[in-house]
Design a binder for this molecule. Structure first.
Ligand SMILES: *[C@@H]1O[C@H](CO)[C@@H](O)[C@H](O)[C@H]1NC(C)=O
Length: 356
């Protein structure tokens, strides 16, 4: 209760009077003595159907085992057409009444997906929803500071050009977003500013749309062109998304910006049966339902994918101090001059290139 009150106190002010050109920052209280633990789920709100309830049950078990601090949602929170109003029963049927485990009664930080944009977006963003369920913290783009991890939540739907130019039967609620170009330009500037200010050991970006994906949506070209350079420039460690209804881990082959791409979009309907490899390194792909956990303990980050039976399918971990040692001297400030450095050069030879 105290936590909920604190959160609301922290975020009510900026929401009601957003400083122009600044992203809202939420300080998530952490205990310095213990690791930060969270679950990531995407593409889920189907009133319990398509195994949503089964995934929710396993999330509750895993969350109880490791005692999580928060849940992150990668969007498409309410399928197929977002929320119709703050009174939409779907808020209960797809969220409140599904993620009922005691262990999941933590703050949920949510971005919007393209399907959320097909409803009344202002309703889904309305803080009034927190009077119904105080966990639900959904904004377009914002920052969550949690000890040595900063999360940068990015509203990716406006990037996808075809929603604007070729919406077909679908209607997108672009209130407070249009025109697209100005919105994206401001957003990228705000993200860059927030990321440059960040002093966190780990920088994690979260959006709905895929950056790198081997499933049905594939890569989102607009994000590769517009958002990825900002992530690279600011040494973002992980990009986590949904949109494709599966679980994926892909690591970048760019040794200057070794971003890890995670797709956690297995919250309900899955099994698309599409597999199309791309140029980056595929570490893991599962076409079915599931979710991801992330644990950050100082220099060490660890991600695990779970299926609907709670079975750990894939895990990845990275120690930052070790990586920095390998990269010393500071070659991977990666100026434009050495951005082409390849991973099979050792630190000394790259340093020679950069200092010549
Ligand atoms: C639900 O999950 C089980 C186990 O993975 C799977 O066999 C079944 O096809 C899933 N149902 C749907 C509708 O995806």
């Amino acid at each position: 209760m105290a936590l909920a009150a604190l959160l609301i106190a922290v975020i009510t002010l900026p929401l009601s009077s957003p400083a122009r050109g600044e992203l809202t920052i939420i300080e998530h209280p952490v205990e310095a003595s213990r690791p930060l633990r969270l679950l990531v789920i995407g593409d889920w709100g189907r009133k319990g159907r398509y195994n949503q309830s089964g995934v929710a049950k396993q999330m509750g078990k895993v969350a109880e085992d490791v005692s999580i601090d928060m849940v992150v949602s990668t969007g498409d929170n309410f399928l197929d057409d977002g929320l119709a109003s703050v009174d939409d029963k779907a808020f209960h049927e797809s969220f409140v009444d599904v993620y009922t485990a005691k262990s999941l009664q933590k703050p949920w930080y949510l971005v919007l997906g393209n399907h959320d944009y097909r409803g009344d977006v202002l309703a889904q963003l309305d803080p009034a929803l927190r009077n119904i369920d105080s966990r639900f913290i959904c904004m377009r783009s914002f920052v969550v500071e949690a000890g040595n991890v900063d999360f940068f939540f990015v509203d990716t739907s406006p990037f996808q050009l075809k929603y604007w130019t070729d919406p077909g039967e679908d209607h997108y609620d672009w209130r407070e977003v249009a025109p697209r170009e100005a919105y994206i330009e401001n957003l990228l500037k705000d993200l860059d500013t927030a990321m440059k200010r960040s002093r966190a050991t780990w920088k994690v970006a979260v959006g709905h749309h895929t950056m790198r994906s081997v499933s049905s949506h594939g890569d989102t070209q607009e994000l590769l062109q517009l958002l990825l350079p900002v992530l690279k420039d600011n040494s973002i460690d992980l990009y986590i998304n949904g949109h494709d209804h599966c679980l994926e881990h892909i690591s970048s082959r760019d040794s200057c910006s070794p971003i890890q791409y995670f797709t956690s979009g297995g919250g309900s309907k899955a099994w698309r049966g599409v597999f199309r490899p791309n140029d980056d390194k595929l570490e893991f792909f599962y076409d079915g339902q599931g979710f991801m956990s992330l644990e950050v303990d100082g220099d060490l980050a660890r991600a695990v994918f779970y299926d609907i039976d709670g079975q750990a399918l894939h895990s990845w971990s990275l120690s930052k101090s070790r990586r920095l040692q390998v990269d010393q001297p500071p070659i991977c400030s990666c100026s434009s001059k050495i951005r082409s450095c390849s991973s099979n050069l050792d630190a000394k030879s790259i340093y020679a290139v950069s200092s010549s």
